[in-house]
Design a protein around this ligand. Structure first.
Ligand SMILES: [Zn+2]
Length: 238
């Protein structure tokens, strides 16, 4: 199920301008004035905004067909394209959560790879401000590897150690060994932190590696475990 969904999402690269190729995969999406999609699950008040981005790294500025090579639990391409697991892995996680009915607001942003443009728009937009009035944590599913809950982006703290520890503990209950990590660079959660320093803004490993290159790969075993955990765990309140 998870593997089929992931493979469907990575069928073509979707650099900025081609995100429309995956719009159909997002159920009941609402569209903002930038073109970002969001989905609301549950009645609220919503304390969590979960995010991923729909664009892949623009190594070539065209959408390409991908040939997938599976090597045990590792999926990569034939070396002629990006895989685009950054951030189709995050998209897989969010679609699994929506399908399972995990309450929250789910933001699917455009143009992350060319400067966080979609989330920057949202962070300064009135509609999003109203939407997020009860949100205390912005959690981006967009980080390499299998062990990080990011506390710092670009060297600046964006999430308290206390909240990162709570998330790690919730994952431990589902057999995932995640740890607070200070070495984040920048992803969509940072846009929201810049706009509101009260928010806990983190990103979480989704199991890709060598992103932004033709050697990119995805650890499917980790992604399946992660999808199971995020559906069943108690998300700590910020
Ligand atoms: Zn990314």
């Amino acid at each position: 199920m998870i593997e089929e969904l992931f493979k469907k999402l990575v069928k073509q690269t979707t650099p900025n301008g081609f995100e429309f190729l995956v719009y159909d995969c997002i159920p009941n999406a609402i569209i903002d004035d930038f073109g970002n999609r969001y989905v609301i699950v549950g009645d609220g008040p919503h304390k969590h905004l979960f995010t991923c981005h729909l664009d892949t790294y623009p190594l070539l500025n065209i959408s390409e067909q991908i040939t997938i090579i599976a090597d045990g639990d590792i999926i990569r391409t034939d070396g002629r394209t990006l895989l685009g697991a950054d951030d189709k892995a995050g998209m897989t996680v969010m679609l699994s959560m929506i399908q399972a009915g995990v309450p929250g607001i789910y933001g699917f942003f455009l143009a992350e790879e060319i400067g966080l443009l979609g989330s920057e728009f949202a962070a300064g937009d009135r509609t999003w401000e109203e939407l997020m009035k009860d949100v205390g944590a912005v959690i981006s599913f967009d980080r390499r590897g299998t062990s990080s809950v990011i506390t710092h982006q670009g060297g600046k703290r964006t999430c308290s150690i206390k909240y990162a520890d709570q998330i790690c503990n919730a994952f431990h209950m589902h057999d995932l060994n995640l740890k607070p990590d200070k070495n984040g660079s920048s992803t969509d959660s940072l846009s929201f932190f810049r706009a509101n320093k009260q928010l806990q803004c983190t990103n979480i490993s989704v199991g890709y590696g060598n992103a932004h290159s033709y050697e990119e790969f995805q650890d499917m075993a980790y992604l399946k475990k992660l999808c199971n955990a995020v559906i069943h765990m108690e998300w700590p309140l910020p």
